[in-house]
Design a protein around this ligand. Sequence first.
Ligand SMILES: Cc1ncc(COP(=O)(O)O)c(C=O)c1O
Length: 480
Amino acid sequence: MDLARSQSGFSLGFNSHDTSPGPIPLQLLNGEKENDDDDDQNEQLSFLGHQLCLKRKRDGQRSSCPPNSPNRAAVQVGLDSRQATVRGWGNQALAVADPEVYEMMEKENERQFKGIELIASENFVCRAVMEALGNRLTNKYSEGYPGARCYTGNQFIDQIESLCCNRALAAFGLDSDKWGVNVQPYSCSSANFAVYTGLLLPGDRIMGLDSPSGGHLSHGYYIPGGKKVSASSIFFESLSYRVDPLTGCIDYDKMEEKAVDFRPKILICGGSSYPREWDYARFRKVADKIAAVLMCDMAHISGLVAAKESANPFDYYDIVTSTTHKSLRGPRGGIIFYRKGPKSRPPDMLPSLSDGNGHYDFEERINFAIHPLLQGGPHNNHIAALAIALKQLASPDYKTNMKQVKRNAQALAAALLRRRCRLVTGGTENHLLVWDITSLGLTGKNFEKVCEMCHITLNKSTVFGDNGAICRGGVRIASC
Ligand SMILES: Cc1ncc(COP(=O)(O)O)c(C=O)c1O
């Protein structure tokens, strides 16, 4: 192709030696050529055997076009109007650019400010996190990982992502020789799915806490009729363990029995509305017995874990995932921690999940699952915002806040118990509680609606009735 002779008159000034009469200058101004004399003033450069034409600087430099020529004036007018247009949309405040969206956002601001927000999975991010979310980092494409991206121009993005990873490890006191982290997941559901995708084959088995017991859909849940409501249950075979309907606490003996029969390749702990500590050591024992990979989804409690206000899953688990926007108080997203280096446990893990040399091989599999298997370019603004949130985890203020969050939940639980309200598991050891309102003849759906009318935001939750059947008579309340 002869780039120098395009029909449009557009040229990169890229010429082949012998045939071309000379480079045609780059035309940006409505196809008008400034002046034929320009050619004489183009600097020539040779690159890979081709002549490159460098265009003269535009302003304040030599011009062969007389200042008062009509041609030049017309060009200037066109340029000015285009620049004004770009400045117009480029610099407009949101309220001017899109009053409709602005107004809706203002109303949401007001709702959050005036109401009482008690949704367990939400939090309030700080100003610095919001600043990081709304800026030019959103413009950049960075598929890949620091030092190995698909596009150039990522030198600062690399620094931000590496800093974020280092801070994530530091926030949970992890040794970088033994743990790695991926901060790119767009959400925790995608983080969980990436773990399964990276470590398993379609149809392999996973086992997590039943959703009506307080587990999360992304741990393989399907509803009792068999309808699969999560990709994790469509692409992998799953069987859930449950809480004891009477106590509301996980029935660990039954969990072990089911796990031994079902033999999942990944055993998952963690949930969305479980108000008690998890017996991590017991999970480890069961996982070792069936040679399963042990994964903890600490989405709700990761902030408490970082502040040492909850037991530490990292002592027992092979893989730990989390949301970054719940108790962690960061931007919306997910995170995956995985063990790396030599295995610290007896080599009874599935052979297919190790590199055959007694080393964990999660790093390559999980990173590859996130990109390129499941995601495209990372959301760099979110990663920067996460780095900021993770820095705050180390501050004494954050620890104080997490302590208070727990105290608030306990105070609310105590107040409800004094009024003879029934709480699932009889109380709470973290930031949330589940109030069983069936004995009051109420449903969670109606209760949450009435609360919403009173500007109190909480959410309905399933609970087990006295007969062990699932019913919708619960509400989840939290103090984050
Ligand atoms: C335990 C648990 N895992 C995963 C998720 C999913 O998080 P995301 O909304 O980021 O996909 C949640 C969200 O509520 C959760 O509670």
